[in-house]
Design a protein around this ligand. Structure first.
Ligand code: HEC
Ligand code: HEC
Length: 322
């Protein structure tokens, strides 16, 4: 029950912590799909699905014999990755990432755009099943519709993969985990802040990238909202344990002394395969560096700018506990 409360509290928190309300006062021009070439829309969707929002990271197989578990080529969108309570104590059961390739039998080939939009922003799939909120529909519910549609357009271009993903096993009824009241009924009026507003755009990107779920600690199954981004969440992985880092601007224990350049250097080296393409020893990281490394420099800078504005929290984290 505690775990359930943690998840409900988490989604409510995300709802109130992020500020992408549905007021429609932006002077930014809305993307017009009729004018935008299809390629441009798919390219934006590919960028978001592969480098910002975790879609392709969670919904593909990852190779943890390499540093930071890059995606195994050929498994893109095929699903099957396991998320369970052994890996992260706060997960009440065993979940499997679904097949989101356009395979008609085992994937989402027969789904309409509206079916997919409903699944990824309301957590209700085509069959009418409620999805567990580790699938970050609470965050996606705040994202601009043109970005969501571009992700959907990109999913259509994936190679269909035949992979029947096992059914989840939950220790709680899903109805109790569903964060209904946290969700807006429609994403039509969501705004993408202008890129020139670095802090707001950084907040938008960090929400889409779901950095908070990993980087905010669960204590006895409950997310500690007073310590947003302060790290210390333990992932139990087959050969090692890793605690997530404190990424608040606290000077002594967080990234308060990090320059923008140092922050970028956490990611940029992984644009080259040689940075992750080696056999790692016991210790690795679950942070998908090879995935986020593809983010544009300006987008990483916006995330840095936003993180500089969050509350500094003193929390010393031992990345690799014994
Ligand atoms: C943290 C991992 C994670 C991320 C990030 C993620 N998903 Fe999911 N997704 C899941 C899991 C796990 C499920 C299954 C949930 C369940 O069984 O209750 C799921 C379910 C889905 C479904 C429903 C499929 C079905 O057959 O019911 C769709 C569609 C989907 N995800 C698309 C996406 C897209 C698009 C993105 C990126 C914008 C994304 N996901 C990001 C883990 C993730
Ligand atoms: C799947 C979980 C996960 C996600 C998602 C994740 N991280 Fe991490 N992050 C970790 C772990 C574990 C570590 C500690 C090991 C390491 O340094 O890679 C870490 C380390 C870091 C560090 C290094 C801090 C230091 O003191 O060395 C930074 C910076 C960081 N993360 C930023 C981010 C940002 C920004 C995002 C979102 C774009 C993000 N992380 C998403 C798990 C995650």
């Amino acid at each position: 029950m505690k775990k359930l409360i943690a998840f409900i509290a988490l989604v409510f928190f995300i709802m109130t912590a992020t500020n992408f309300t549905s007021c429609n006062n932006s002077s930014e021009p809305k993307a017009d799909n009729t004018k935008d070439s299809v390629e441009k829309v798919v390219a934006r969707g590919s960028y978001l699905a592969n480098n910002v929002a975790g879609c392709m990271d969670c919904h593909s197989k990852r190779d943890f014999t390499k540093y930071s578990g890059p995606i195994i080529p050929g498994t893109e969108g095929g699903g099957g990755e396991v998320f369970d309570h052994n890996m992260l104590d706060a997960i009440p059961g065993t979940l499997y990432a679904k097949n989101i390739t356009p395979d008609n039998e085992t994937g989402i080939g027969t789904w309409t755009d509206d079916d997919i939009l409903k699944a990824i922003t309301q957590g209700i799939n085509k069959k009418g099943d409620t999805l567990f909120p580790i699938m970050p529909y609470v965050n996606l519910n705040r994202m601009a519709k043109e970005d969501l549609l571009s992700i959907i357009a990109y999913l259509r271009t994936l190679k269909p993969i035949k992979n029947n993903v096992p059914a989840r096993q939950l220790m709680i009824p899903i109805s109790m985990a569903y964060p209904g009241p946290a969700l807006q009924a429609s994403v039509d009026n969501n705004i993408r802040p202008p890129e020139s507003d670095r802090v707001k755009y950084g907040e938008y990107l960090i929400t889409m990238a779901d950095c908070a779920t990993c980087h905010t600690q669960f204590v006895k199954g409950q997310m500690d909202f007073s310590k947003m981004y302060a790290g210390g969440n333990t992932f139990n992985l087959p050969t090692y344990k890793v605690n997530t880092a404190n990424i608040t601007p606290d000077s002594a224990t967080g990234i308060g002394t990090w320059t923008e350049e140092r922050f970028l250097n956490k990611f940029i080296p992984y644009r080259e395969e040689k940075a992750y393409n080696f056999v790692v020893g016991k210790e690795n990281t679950i942070m998908p560096l090879a995935f986020y490394a593809g983010m544009k420099d300006d987008d990483l800078k916006a995330i840095y700018a936003y993180l500089q504005t969050v509350k500094p929290i003193s929390n010393k984290v031992e990345k690799y506990p014994e």
